[in-house]
Design a protein around this ligand. Structure first.
Ligand code: KDG
Ligand code: MG
Length: 398
């Protein structure tokens, strides 16, 4: 079998998605997600100009060899653009291999280790009543676990939550931030949530890289009475050593890694068991092949998976995640923010979301299609994530 064509499809059925479609001389096709929120065009160019020409004529069964050739052969390694592009190829080739085998991808990854995949959803509100309404809405949808984000008194927007296309597409929205106000208000929010919803509900929180290690240590400690499933991205972890300080001070479980793209970003974090959950997405980590290796490394340190699953991971990336979730032993939880009805139409899929649990379905391959005609009716729209400034105008992590 040979790869005879590979196309990059950029579509915006509510938000932008980058999809690679690989075609073979035997008519079997594979899909991969390469969406990099706010930097989509860079990945489109990388794939179209530098990856697709290298794929033509190659054997789609040689997934590991192709991965290594794209990673090592570029000479310039790592980085989100490169790794999103490689991820799309890796996933598309797994899709092809599983389709030819006539098996859902999870069977090629070792088969099911569980019956279904537990998820968490997002609740957010500017104040406590709005937050409670949002939590009730997620509970009504069946979510067994909920990430709680809320407004901070004195700040305009709910932090860490973004709302799709920017009004002026060419420029990011500017938000405001005050770490002191956040640290003072958040424990009270979780206290109110526990009083209203009781001790059983699984709760998570995302600090979105906004704290220094000592601030993160304090927050983790202050949240201990509220029994969080995890505190996510409490500090930017490019400085992996900083997590030692956080860890020394708190027993609140920690989750990190949605912006990471290789195992090297995790060496200290996993090797010294400084975190409890790894958050990388199939889409941003070079695909199923390297993420599987990361999970095996993490398992040696009793660290579990928690694949990133916001709206900006396409249904193709989500499908790949769900197959992996079902197969690995050290599964923790899967984030599932869902997609717009139009997105589900552009990407018809076999995976299901029922009572808060996902299942990849039994269709051969990833179990996902791309309606190219519908996709082309919804072209790319420039959109950026917000940026953050402190009250004196200093730029801060968003
Ligand atoms: O593109 C950025 C989003 O994916 C990110 O803000 C979502 O932090 C996020 C999460 O945990 O889902
Ligand atoms: Mg996050």
């Amino acid at each position: 079998m040979k790869i005879v064509d590979a196309r990059v499809v950029l579509t915006s059925p509510g938000r932008n998605f980058v999809t690679l479609k690989v075609e073979t001389d035997e008519g079997v096709t594979g899909l991969g997600d390469a969406t990099l929120n706010g930097r989509e065009l860079a990945v489109v160019g990388y794939l179209r100009d530098h990856v697709v020409p290298l794929l033509l004529g190659t054997d789609p069964y040689r997934i590991e060899d192709t991965w290594q050739a794209l990673y090592r052969g570029a000479y310039w390694r790592r980085g989100p653009v490169t790794m999103a592009a490689i991820a799309a190829v890796d996933v598309a080739l797994w899709d092809i291999k599983a389709k030819v085998a006539g098996l859902p991808l999870y069977q090629l990854l070792g088969g099911a280790s569980r019956e279904r995949v537990r998820t968490y959803g997002h609740a957010s509100g500017r104040d406590i009543p709005e937050l409670f309404d949002s939590i009730r809405a997620r509970l009504a949808e069946g979510y067994p676990a909920i990430r709680v984000q809320t407004g901070v008194p004195g700040l305009e927007r709910v932090y860490g939550v973004h709302h799709g296309a920017t009004p002026d597409g060419a420029r990011p929205v500017v938000e405001d931030w005050d770490t002191g106000a956040y640290l003072r208000s958040l424990p009270g929010v979780f206290d109110a949530v526990r009083q209203e919803f009781g001790p059983e509900l699984t709760l998570l929180h995302d600090a979105h890289h906004r704290l220094t290690p000592i601030q993160a240590a304090r927050l983790g400690k202050d949240l201990e009475p509220y029994d969080l499933f995890w505190l996510e991205d409490c500090t930017p972890a490019e400085n992996q050593d900083g997590l030692r300080l956080v860890r020394r001070h708190t027993t609140t479980p920690l989750a990190i890694g949605e912006v990471f793209n290789t195992v090297f970003d995790y060496q200290t974090l996993v090797g010294e068991q400084l975190i409890d959950y790894v958050r990388s997405a199939v889409t941003h980590f070079g695909g199923v092949s390297p993420l599987r290796k990361l999970f095996d490394f993490a398992a040696q340190h009793q660290i579990k998976s928690a694949i990133h699953g916001p709206e900006d991971i396409s249904p193709v990336g989500m499908a790949a995640a769900i197959h992996l979730d079902l197969a690995i032993h050290n599964f923790g939880i899967q984030e599932y923010a869902g997609h717009t009805p139009l997105t589900h139409e552009v990407f018809p899929h076999a995976y299901t979301f029922t009572d808060g649990y996902l299942h990849p379905g039994e269709a051969p391959g990833l179990g996902i299609e791309l309606d190219e005609e519908l996709a082309s009716a919804h072209p790319y729209e420039p959109a950026y994530l917000p940026i953050n400034r402190l009250q004196d105008g200093t730029i801060h992590d968003w």
